[in-house]
Write a protein that binds this ligand. Structure first.
Ligand code: SF4
Ligand code: SF4
Length: 151
């Protein structure tokens, strides 16, 4: 697969993403099915002084479902967005017929990246600037770390 296929419109390199071809979704899906099969949901949701640690089972189920459903078998560009859902950045690039935001002259002023910033900081925009300067292959080769805790 070429660099462009693995590089999202926003400058993210999908193989670095925690959701990309992950193992946890399969494990979470299997655990979810197993717990339903044995009726652990009914056990946990029946209030009792015995087993009170299950009182927040609904929240656990929501997280387990999120884990099961956030796998990306394909990268953004060929998979149709994050877990198959297009974001505002992808829509914007497609509407302008851009290969990616590196074709845009207003990257620094663009506010569509805010939802990525808590976990990724300025990584997407930094990658875009590297692609602008070095071209796609070399720019993505020199990409930033994906998550802020990987610095
Ligand atoms: S499409 Fe989004 S969620 Fe999926 S691997 Fe790429 S960046 Fe991650
Ligand atoms: S305005 Fe430019 S930088 Fe912002 S999402 Fe659209 S193409 Fe990307």
């Amino acid at each position: 697969m070429k660099s462009i296929d693995k590089t999202a419109y926003c400058g993210i390199y999908c193989p670095d993403c925690i959701h990309y071809q992950n193992e946890y979704s399969k494990l979470a899906g299997a655990l979810k099915n197993h717990l339903l099969e044995i009726g652990l949901d009914k056990y946990a949701k029946t209030k009792s002084p015995f087993g009170a640690q299950f009182n927040k089972y609904d929240e656990f189920e929501n997280v387990l479902t999120a884990l099961a459903e956030t796998k990306c078998d394909k990268p953004c560009r060929t998979g149709g967005g994050c877990s198959g859902v297009p974001c505002e950045i992808m829509d914007c690039c497609l509407s302008k017929d851009y290969e990616g935001c590196w074709e845009c002259s207003d990257v620094d002023g663009c506010d569509k990246f805010t939802f990525l910033e808590p976990r990724c900081g300025q990584m997407p925009k930094n990658n875009i600037h590297k692609i602008k300067k070095l071209g796609l292959d070399d720019g993505i080769e020199q990409r930033d770390n994906f998550y802020i805790w990987q610095k």
